[in-house]
Design a binder for this molecule. Structure first.
Ligand SMILES: Nc1nc2c(c(=O)[nH]1)N[C@H]1C(S)=C(S)[C@@H](COP(=O)(O)OP(=O)(O)OC[C@H]3O[C@@H](n4cnc5c(=O)[nH]c(N)nc54)[C@H](O)[C@@H]3O)O[C@H]1N2
Ligand SMILES: Nc1nc2c(c(=O)[nH]1)N[C@H]1C(S)=C(S)[C@@H](COP(=O)(O)OP(=O)(O)OC[C@H]3O[C@@H](n4cnc5c(=O)[nH]c(N)nc54)[C@H](O)[C@@H]3O)O[C@H]1N2
Ligand SMILES: [Mo]
Length: 663
């Protein structure tokens, strides 16, 4: 710890802390425009200058580390004058005519800084240059006229997203923010995560959907969880007039620290599916609106006589995007009360069943996603993290320029291949041979971290070469890279888990132990799951493969999920189909009864992330009239059958051993 004095206040901060952060910790406000706590200090705007005893001139506090007994002043008359000058320069350079800007009036860091310094006008003649405006992007607009060249967007694109799309072109006053080699943003390599917009301190990058929809003080923030995939990013939903105006990454989110991807930030804002707001029943071959009473009565009458008929009674399938509370009720109603055998989820345990089967024997063996932040080598196998689970992908992509090594194993090859140090396109399904081969090479070359033996290593290696179709040199390169790592991580996905082979996962885990990815201190071994509650569904035992085999009725609790063609096709054979869903789909079209329900933002509930974090999503908006909550609908049906359900979702969650510690 280092002792310093700021404005007469003695404080103690860890070594390496910048003066700016130290002041912040002590509750002392130093204005800044380019600094951001999730980004590398840049020292560009000069607004955060301070006076340090013994220094001849004022110095930027964002890039100055504390040193013992440093004496700092932040509010001297000379500093105030300098800051006003810096701001005057910034205001005069481009178009910062606030009345026309959507962030004016509270959301603009530049304007707020000016008010803080009590600026009433700008003493310099503003420039009237026309800088480029780029409106080619589907989600946001870049107006270089409002840019102060703080480079927060450039750093966010690189350091948060790992995409390196944005940079600065030209020099000095002519500098502008560009995408790639100055191509329109909409045609660039941008992955549309929106991090740049979230960090922009002015109106240079503005969001199409939320521009001019109110200032942050006028829109209520609701801290919640993204239900786009199993990463479980923390989000802030900004709500006004019972409508989500904008979705932002929560800076306090343990994994995402402000990051989100296109699916989390923008897709929910461009929802185009048709909402269902009244129960429907098939009458004379046509779906017709009916009352809740009639619809629920019909469902209860149909299901009740099927109770106790495990095989020919009812089959039930629930979306893994539903809250844990709903999944627990679903299991209680169909598996426990109605005694049905075929009670599962829309993902059918493709991402979780094999993992859960191994966990049942060994207990938790997977770690947290955070481990990627300190990894020096990542082996990614059967997981397309550049497309699915994008924020997990960002954690990898952002570390590659800092020297992280990446080994990507995917038979078809994915977007990570071109970034990987070693890309292995093995024959599909040859993963076990590949993993055994890698292990054998590590053991044979004496590179293992723990004693492990392999009888007949040469034979195993030869078999790996043959089965995978990969040359020995490439396998050796990958094995050595992994074995030489100091903090390796193995990340696997559906390419592995959907093979439903727990031995394959066990072999991969053994490789992790062998190369030191897993030891007493660190668990650098984990799988991406699928949807927001895949892991919860697995914990509730909803992970069997779905098949219809003589059941007289099917209940599909879809919630707000998308429906795969495959499911629609299989359910077309159901003699009687109840669909509990928020949106119209091919599945609701073929239903006998449709029960309209809430979507993610209209209900509260818990989600279990791929790495075991049990998180609560808050209800942000009130559902349209006629729509009921997913859990309430299940309870009501149970009541009407005189089979009331009482569940303790949190207790049920822990009844089965989990692959990762749940907390
Ligand atoms: N943006 C976005 N994100 C999503 C989803 C989405 O629809 N959109 N869906 C979510 C859901 S439901 C899921 S399940 C997850 C899926 O996320 P992932 O687990 O990443 O699964 P996939 O995207 O199917 O990628 C699996 C990869 O495995 C490869 N593969 C196929 N067969 C084999 C094999 O035999 N061996 C090996 N080693 N690899 C193989 C495929 O080529 C593919 O690149 O993503 C979730 N995230
Ligand atoms: N045999 C077998 N069965 C499986 C699986 C498997 O790997 N093999 N995987 C299981 C898993 S993990 C899952 S998730 C399920 C579903 O399996 P998936 O293969 O993920 O389902 P899709 O066919 O992609 O169904 C989703 C539908 O919704 C649409 N859709 C999805 N996301 C969006 C979106 O953001 N916007 C719009 N407009 N449309 C969208 C897609 O166009 C598609 O028609 O199947 C499960 N069943
Ligand atoms: Mo999935």
């Amino acid at each position: 710890m280092v002792q310093i004095t700021i404005n007469g206040k003695q404080i103690e901060v860890p070594e390496g802390t910048t003066v700016l952060r130290a002041a912040e910790l002590a509750g002392i406000d130093i204005p800044t425009l380019c600094d951001h706590k999730e980004l590398t200090p840049y020292g560009g705007c000069r607004l955060c200058i301070v006076e340090v005893q013994g220094f001849r001139v004022p110095i930027a506090s964002c890039t100055l580390p504390v040193s013992p007994n440093m004496v700092v002043n932040t509010e001297t008359p000379a500093l105030k004058k300098s800051r006003k000058f810096v701001l005057s320069m910034l205001f005069s350079e481009r178009n910062h005519f606030c009345p026309f800007c959507q962030v004016s009036g509270g959301d603009c860091d530049l304007q707020n800084a000016a008010y803080r310094e009590e600026m009433t006008h700008w003493p310099m003649q503003p420039g009237w240059n026309g800088y480029p405006v780029d409106s080619s992007h589907p989600y946001f607009v870049l107006d270089n006229n409002r840019c102060i060249l703080c480079r927060r967007c450039v750093r966010a694109c690189a350091e948060m997203t790992g995409n390196f799309t944005l940079s600065v072109a030209e020099r000095g006053a002519a500098s502008i923010i560009v995408a790639d080699t100055n191509v329109p943003l909409g045609e660039s390599t941008c992955v549309k995560c929106g991090a740049c917009v979230q960090v922009c301190p002015t109106g240079a990058l503005i969001d199409r959907t939320s521009a001019y929809q109110g200032h942050e003080t006028e829109i209520t923030p609701v801290k919640s969880v993204c239900v786009g995939c199993s990463v479980g990013c923390s989000v802030t939903l900004r709500v006004r007039d019972n409508r989500i105006v904008r979705i932002e990454g929560d800076w306090d989110g343990v994994v995402n620290r402000g990051s989100l991807c296109e699916h989390g930030r923008y897709h929910p804002m461009t929802e185009s599916r048709q909402r269902i707001t009244t129960p429907l029943m098939k009458k004379n071959g046509k779906l017709e609106p009916v009352s809740w009473d009639e619809a629920l009565g019909a469902v209860a009458d149909k299901l009740k006589p099927l109770a106790g008929d495990a095989h020919n009674g009812v089959a039930a399938i629930a979306s893994t995007r539903l809250p844990a509370e709903v999944l627990a009720s679903f299991r209680a109603l169909f598996a426990e009360k109605l005694g049905a055998q075929m009670v599962t989820s829309t993902e059918e345990g493709m991402t979780t069943a094999a993992v859960a089967a191994l966990a049942a024997k060994t207990g938790a063996f997977e770690g947290r996603l955070d481990v990627l932040k300190t990894a020096d080598t990542v082996l990614c196998i059967g997981a397309n993290v550049a497309k699915s689970h994008m924020v997990a992908g960002f954690l990898i992509k952002r570390a590659l320029p800092k020297g992280m090594k990446l080994i990507n194993i995917d038979p078809e090859g994915d977007a990570l291949d071109e970034l990987a140090d070693v890309a292995l396109k093995n024959q599909p399904g040859s993963d076990l041979a590949l993993i055994e081969g890698l292990k054998a090479i590590v053991i044979k070359e004496n590179l293992g971290r723990v004693p492990m033996a392999v009888p007949n290593a040469d034979k195993v290696i030869a078999s790996a070469v043959e089965t995978t179709g990969l040359p020995l040199e490439k396998l050796t390169l990958a094995a050595r890279m992994l074995a030489h790592a100091i903090s390796p991580v193995i990340l696997y996905g559906k390419g592995i888990t959907a093979q439903r082979n727990e031995q394959l996962i066990e072999a991969l885990f053994n490789l992790a132990v062998l190369v030191g990815a897993v030891d007493q201190e660190r668990v650098g071994f984990l799988s991406v799951k699928g949807e927001a509650n895949s892991l919860a569904a697995a914990q509730f035992g909803l992970d069997a493969q779905f098949a219809l085999n003589g059941q007289q009725a099917v209940y599909a609790a879809i919630g707000d999920d998308y429906v795969s063609k495959y499911l629609v096709e299989r359910l077309s054979k159901a003699p009687y189909l109840v669909v509990q869903a928020a949106y119209e789909s091919k599945l609701t079209e073929q239903a006998d009864v449709v029960l309209p329900v809430t979507i993610w933002s209209e209900q509260e509930g818990h989600y279990v992330s791929m790495d075991g974090r049990v998180q609560k999503a808050e209800k942000a908006i009130i559902a349209p009239e006629g729509v009921r909550e997913n859990g309430a609908v299940l309870s009501e049906i149970a009541m009407r059958m005189n089979m009331p359900i009482h569940t303790d979702w949190n207790k049920s969650l822990h009844e089965r051993k989990s692959s990762v510690v749940l907390s």
